[in-house]
Structures are given as structure tokens and as C-alpha cells.
Design a protein around this ligand. Sequence first.
Ligand code: 5BU
Length: 456
Amino acid sequence: MTKDLFILKLHDIGAVKFGEFTLKSGYKSPFYFDLRDMISYPELLDGIADLLVEDIKNLDFDYISGVPYTALPIATLVADMLNKPLIYIRKEEKAYGTKNDVIGKYEKGGKVLIIDDLVTTGESLFETADKFKKAGLKVVDFSVIIDRSNHIEYYINKLGYKLHSLISLNKITDVLHENNRITNDHVLRIKEFTKNIYDQSKSEKSLQNHLTNLLKEKIKKKKSNLVLSLDVDNQKEFFEILGKTAEHIVMLKTHVDILNDFNEKFIEKLKEYALKYDFMIFEDRKFADIGNTVRKQYLGGIYKIKNWADFITVHATPGEGIIQGLFDGLTGKSSFLLAKMSSKGNLMNETYTRNVFNMGEKHHEVVSGYICHANGKEELRKLKNKIPKGQLMLMPGVKLQAGQDTTGQQYTTVEDAMEGGADLIIVGRGIIEAENPEATAKEYRERAWRVYGLDV
Ligand code: 5BU
């Protein structure tokens, strides 16, 4: 089957529709694609499997996967035709435990090609790829039937993947127009719509990288803005406190070099907890050297931070070479830049902070936000207003009551932090030194969400 014929048939069965549709986001769209029913038309299913096989047969991969539900039966056919093993990621939430998300037999280190029916933002592909990577597999290629975004390929390639799409929205519009299925007016409306979406995604969303998106989704899912800073010196205490507080946090912040009994088991256990309780991992190593050195510190040494931390903190003082040194050629990792520290008398003045925001905006693909502290909500709000849209503000130096410690740490209240616009609060001793860390973590979470949840 040719692509043109395939498009016409999709139109025949109502899988591509033109008219006026209201999307989940509230936008009105002049077209609507839904390929779910395609599997009930053997001729179409065969046709698409042939086209996909032709498109991917020369790529280098060991396994084929499809994103459930729509793409899974399609991937099954393709895997069979290419004589490759099929594996996939379970759709339903996994029961607690450390069991794998991957269904099927595989060897670690193998390369998976992921098939999906449609791509718009790339989120479900990224999410699937992340799960395969967590299971020790590699993902390079995505194969999709329809790219309805008109611009996502650039972004996907930037993240280190390769998108192979069979049919673009433009192609569908052209074929249906040539065959008198849609009018000139329709074509114009489609072009106008995609241009608007593109402009809007450029201005609002382009500063959000994949890790930022994941973190934002987790904030909403767990209804938590709480980052626990677990600065204790032994694993026993670490996991005792983590076990009691993990369900309340959206991210765990470590200072792994504080532990006096660090070993590889620690990392394994940490990852298990992160999976089980659904939080992200942030190592607050505060890289601050030339690019060449920080790369070695990030990838190597005994901690091998890159292998397990989703986020790290980075000082902008050495200039942007530090960001290139850390992240060039890596995917699926991000950072927070230190824009205004919480310690009394720190040397980060207004100009410095502004320059940090500029650097972070430029490198938004690997910068998810900024560490900012201020002593009251008005001052914090001023900082928040300068943060590039889409990036996050993380606030350390937070307690239930304002105050100071004996070595210059300054504390602001949860309410001031959140009303000042913090997306996340970083809390250490307020929780870990509390009589009841579990109840206290819950209290921090609820007090923060009371403010933040109003806008969600
Ligand atoms: P505390 O126990 O809540 O004071 O711990 C705060 C944590 O945040 C601790 O790990 C610090 O290293 C970290 N921190 C901070 O307090 N202030 C800053 O400006 C930055 C990090 Br950056």
C-alpha cells in the first residue's frame, strides 16, 4: 500500500477527521486523529506494517516495542515480519516492589526500537524510553506513523534520539486536498492552527526539558512540592528516615559525600526506593570547576553521580563551559543553577543572579531551574518574576518557623516560600531532626500544597 492510499483509507474509516474539535487543553483544532480502530481493518493493518518495515528494516536494533495500546498490535506484526523479539512496557501502574516494568524476555544492553502511532510532544515516547533505560536497555530510534506536531523532530534529536515518522501532518493535508476530501479553506485553517501551536510552544514550553516535565508531572501526581534534604552520615539512618518520609516527597536531595559508609549497594537501594515511592533524585554536589574537570567528577570517581542522579546543582561562576563539560552528548539528565544562596552574606548579588538566569535560559535543555532563597515573600516574588518561563524555582532554607542556624543558614517559612512563588521547597533539618519525621514531612507537604495547589 502506498502512503497516499493509506492516508485516504484512514480518512475513509474516520481515523483522520477534519472539522472543529475541542482538545483536552481547551484549544479548538481543525483536525483530529485517532488510529485506535485501525486494527480492525486487516488491509490497513497489513499496509501500515509493510510501510513501517520498509522504513526501519535497515536500522540497528535488537528488540521492537510498541506503546500500548494502539501501537502494540502494530509493533507485534512488525516484530514478526522482521523476526525480532517483541518487548513492551506495562501500561497499568506497577504494584509496589522492585519488579521490572518490562514485559518480555531481553538481555541488558540490547537496543530497543519503539513504535507509536502518533507523536505530538514526544512525552509518551520519552517516558517509555526512560523505563527501558531503567531496565538496562538502550533506546535510540523512535518509529511513528503520524507526526502531527510539524516541529518535534528537532527537539527529539536534540535529546539524543532519532525520530522516523512515516507521515507528516502536511502530507496528510496535501493528499486529502489533492483528492478533494478537504477544501482550500480547511487547508488554510490547518496551516494557521499549526503555526499558532508552534509559536506558542516555542514561547511557553520550549524552556521545559523532558526532566522538568517529569518533575512537574510528579508534583501534580503526588500533590507535593517537598524535596527532602537527607544529610545524614550513615546508610542505616538514611534509609530509616527515607522509608518514613518517602511517600510525602517529590524529590530526594542527597549529599552523597557526607556518608561514611557509601558503597554501590547504597545506590541500588536508593534507586529501588525512588521507583517504589516515585520520587526523583537530586545530588547537590554543586559542581564549580572548568568543564573538563567537572565532567570527570560527574561521570567518574567512586560516586559516578551521572549514573543515578536525575539532577545536579551547578555553579555558574566558571562560565557556560561548565554546562557543556557536564552535559555534552548526554541525554536524560538535567540541573539546577545556583542563583541566590540561602546563607547569610553570600556574594551572589542582583547582577550575578540575573546572569545566572540568562545562562540557564540559553541552556534550558539541561537546566530545569534555579536554587533561590530570599528572606520574605516579596523579595522572593521579585526573583521569581525574573526566572525564564517554564523553569522552576527551588527554595532551600525553609522551616515551619523563620530563623537562623549558628553557621549562617537563614530560614523562611513554608508559606512565605510558596507564596513567593517557589515550585519546590528543600527541607533538611526541619524534618530529619524532628521528633516524628513522618508526621513532620506530611505537615510540610500539606502546608506547601495548600498554597501551590490553588493554582493547579
Ligand atoms: P537544612 O537542614 O534544611 O538547612 O538543609 C538545607 C539543605 O539545602 C542542605 O543540604 C544545604 O546544603 C542545601 N542548600 C542550602 O541550604 N542553601 C543553598 O543556598 C543551597 C543548598 Br544552594
